[in-house]
Ligand binder design. Structure first.
Ligand code: PLI
Length: 466
């Protein structure tokens, strides 16, 4: 333990004013939003912990980079700068830019999945799984069992269960497996990392059977920080070195630049295989844009290239993950049930344990997120049964073991005092948890229902009783 306190390796140059709201305004707003925080106007949100996606504060260097945008339709200078940054830090040979992560997922799924194939992964992610299904694939979960247990303190809950992966290969045959979709710092498990030992063993197993491995590198650097902190042998390595060790095991990656890379929009597909890259460059022009911008402006690519350089900084990740740990530790001290170990990009409230009086089919996590907004204007996100959606085969609603509210921390945006406000509100709600009322769904969209579904309280007209 260091003897001295530490702080963020930056200072604030510009501020954005927040609007305070009254409880009455918030009650009205959440009712109008169908008790879905995604449908709230952000001007009515005080502390916005909906997501860490696209919500980072860019640095002065990134803002200056926007002025160097070369807005050429073809062959923008910023594309080549981005290509160099991706090659240096992620190591892949070919870069195909996309407008954001799901654009890359779409391309990869269309290129590599054939009807009837299975796509194993270390827990599902909403958009990733949907694109796999739309391409005719079937997602199969091969994450370790510990990931499904919010109390389990395993340091690498993102790991692939090698026995599950081997069994899948034996059961369906390697030719029916499109690829392994390997997510670093598994979002839906609570921001839980994979160990390099496990990544190496998993990739070796796949290689031995000719199964390609594509990384979801969206939060790979946060994963690298955990490896550096927790895995023997990595203390003296840089995050960039660890990142290369991970990427070098794999055939390519999809990437949402809106997280690790500290920009508000962007993404890419990066691959090593020349033939696949040619096919990807052909497909990207159909859905995203020319292969040297893929939906991003030149200035976006410049900010992203700089963001990648900034994201490999240990001091940055130490402060970013340190802030999440601060929030998590204080909530644990207040007796609030959260996913442990504390993850990298947010603190995940265990809504099933938080609200034992709300049955699963009344969406405890959705109810808790709505009640938290009413209490303090803090916006979190449901990550439970609503997010899981329905089974592709049976159309029945899925009830994953994890029923969570994610309090996601944007990078370089909020202060420790903001975290204290969140802690007070969550702790107070927990002390008076019987006030929270369950919800029923009144509108369900066909795809990714959590974004736009609407709800109403099962009794009375309030999600948070007085
Ligand atoms: O939101 P996109 O399309 O840039 O990226 C999709 C995406 C892919 N993989 C992972 C692990 C994600 O977390 C992810 C997006 N996550 C969001 C929007 C989030 O709030 O976590």
């Amino acid at each position: 333990m260091s003897r001295r306190a530490w702080a963020e390796p930056w200072k604030i140059k510009m501020v954005e004013h927040l609007r305070m709201t009254t409880p009455e305004e918030r009650r009205r707003a959440i009712a109008e939003a169908g008790y879905n925080p995604f449908l709230l106007p952000s001007r009515l949100v005080y502390i916005d912990l909906l997501t860490d996606s696209g919500t980072s504060a860019m640095s002065d260097v990134q803002w200056a980079g926007l002025m160097r945008g070369d807005e050429a339709y073809a062959g923008s200078e910023n594309y080549y700068r981005l290509e160099r940054a991706v090659r240096e830090h992620y190591g892949y040979k070919h870069l195909i830019p996309t407008h954001q992560g799901r654009g890359a997922e779409h391309l990869l799924s269309q290129l590599c999945i054939r009807e009837g194939q299975v796509v194993p992964g270390n827990m599902y992610f909403t958009t990733t799984k949907l694109h796999q299904e739309l391409a005719g694939g079937k997602f199969v979960d091969v994450i370790v069992d510990e990931a499904h247990d919010p109390e389990n303190e395993h340091p690498f809950k993102g790991n692939v269960d090698l026995a599950k992966m081997q069994k899948l290969i034996d059961d369906v045959g390697p030719e029916r497996i499109a690829y392994l979709s390997l997510e670093t710092n598994v979002n839906m498990a609570g921001g839980q990392p994979c160990s390099l030992e496990n990544i190496r063993a998993t990739c070796a197993l796949c290689r031995a059977h000719g199964v390609p491995v594509f990384l979801d590198a969206t939060r790979a650097l946060e994963n690298c920080y955990f490896i550096q902190q927790r895995e023997p042998g990595y203390r003296d390595k840089t995050l960039s070195q660890i990142l290369r060790e991970i990427c070098d095991q794999t055939d390519g990656c999809t990437f949402s630049a809106k997280k690790d890379a500290l920009v508000n929009i962007g993404g890419f597909l990066a691959i090593n295989d020349d033939t696949l890259a040619t096919r990807a460059r052909n497909l990207v022009v159909v859905y995203e844009g020319l292969h040297t911008y893929g939906g991003m402006a030149g200035r976006d690519m410049e900010a992203l290239a700089i963001g990648i350089e900034e994201s490999v900084s240990w001091a940055h990740q130490h402060a970013r993950i340190g802030q999440v740990e601060y929030l998590g530790r204080k909530l644990l001290e207040a007796g609030v049930p959260i996913v442990r170990p504390i993850g990298s990009h947010g603190v995940f409230l265990n809504a099933a344990a938080f609200l034992p009086h709300v049955p699963r089919d009344q969406f405890p996590a959705q109810s808790l997120a709505a009640a938290l907004y009413v209490d303090s204007g803090v916006r979190g996100m449901e990550r439970g049964a609503v997010s899981a959606g329905r089974s592709k085969e049976t159309s029945q609603s899925l009830y994953p073991e994890l029923e969570l509210v994610r309090l996601t921390i944007p990078r370089r945006v909020y202060t420790q005092a903001h975290m204290d406000v969140v802690i007070e509100s969550v702790a107070e709600l927990h002390r008076h948890r019987e006030r929270v009322v369950g919800l029923q769904m009144t509108y369900e969209p066909e795809f990714l229902r959590f974004f736009q579904a609407r709800f109403e309280p099962v009794t009375g007209d309030r999600v948070l009783r007085d």
